[in-house]
Design a protein around this ligand. Structure first.
Ligand code: ZN
Length: 279
């Protein structure tokens, strides 16, 4: 075999060192990602003191939809046992404009909490909703780098489960969300990456693989958001329950629970949201 003249013949790894660089927050929050805390605190307060215009329960291992007017507050509550929810959002008047979890992650964080916003898909890129209440806010970022209310993960789906197990399954958030929105004339392709409420996730330090932990949410825990535009919302009560068991393994029915949805509207609002950018 000819001798390698360059000292590099393409076989094996060439020893290499990399200079240390400082991390740069690449989407340092634009002004539109910030919210007026006084305004949103007041909107929250007045909505909760106003009228409850919707109350529904999402049974375990299923999905439901509801609508919201701009300025309405939605509270989603863990009503029985620990349970993760997968949420989709569409502009009520133009369902091409839907939640964009990836850009939301870049503009805010991998996990959302109070005063973070949920952004819509391109070319719209507008705030769809703003988080105003989170009973798990104190969880923060734990010793494994995990936190709650994730916008990293997608949604469990029957296609990936088949890749892992080789088995067909009808139990997935993707399937439930699809069935729920098909009743409204939407299609499977309209279901998109979700906001994983109450879900505790992170990346492993050594391999940067996505991991989940049993949700810390307990009966009575809630997340609240205010609609920044008229919305169609869909919520799936994930068939992985508290998501303490890896995808593809047997999930006992006993770890699956319902979620409760309430929508509140202020009856005498003293403040209003500034006009939404027209698109
Ligand atoms: Zn799921």
């Amino acid at each position: 075999m000819a001798e390698c003249k360059t000292g590099w013949c393409g076989k094996g790894d060439r020893p290499r060192t990399f200079p240390k660089r400082q991390p740069v927050i690449c989407y340092d929050k634009p002004a539109a990602a910030g919210v007026d805390h006084t305004l949103y605190d007041t909107l929250r307060h007045e909505a909760l003191l106003g009228e409850k215009i919707e109350e529904l329960r999402v049974p375990k291992k299923s999905a439901r939809t509801w609508t919201m007017q701009r300025g309405d507050l939605c509270r989603i509550t863990v009503v029985e046992g620990s349970q993760v929810g997968d949420v989709n959002f569409w502009n009520l008047h133009n369902t091409k404009e839907k939640f964009y979890s990836g850009k939301t992650r870049q503009l805010h964080s991998a996990h959302l909490t109070v005063y973070d916003r949920l952004w819509s898909s391109l070319p719209y890129l507008r705030p769809m909703a703003t988080v105003v209440g989170d009973s798990l806010k104190a969880y923060g970022i734990d010793e494994d780098g995990a936190s709650v209310h994730d916008v990293i993960g997608t949604r469990c789906d029957n296609y990936t489960t088949k890749l892992i197990t080789g088995k067909e399954s009808e139990d997935s958030c993707h399937t439930y969300l699809t069935k729920a929105v098909e009743k409204l004339g939407l299609q499977e392709e309209d279901v998109h990456d979700v906001w994983n409420i109450f879900m505790c996730t992170g990346f492993s330090r050594d391999t940067h693989q996505y991991f989940t932990k049993a949700s810390p949410a307990r009966k009575g825990d809630y997340i609240e958001f205010i609609a920044d535009m008229d919305l169609l919302v869909a919520l799936s009560a994930c068939p992985h329950g508290d998501v303490s068991i890896a995808v593809g393994q047997e999930i006992p029915d006993s770890i699956c629970h319902p979620l409760q949805v309430e929508v509140f509207r202020a009856t005498k609002p003293s403040l209003v949201l500034p006009p939404l950018e027209r698109k």
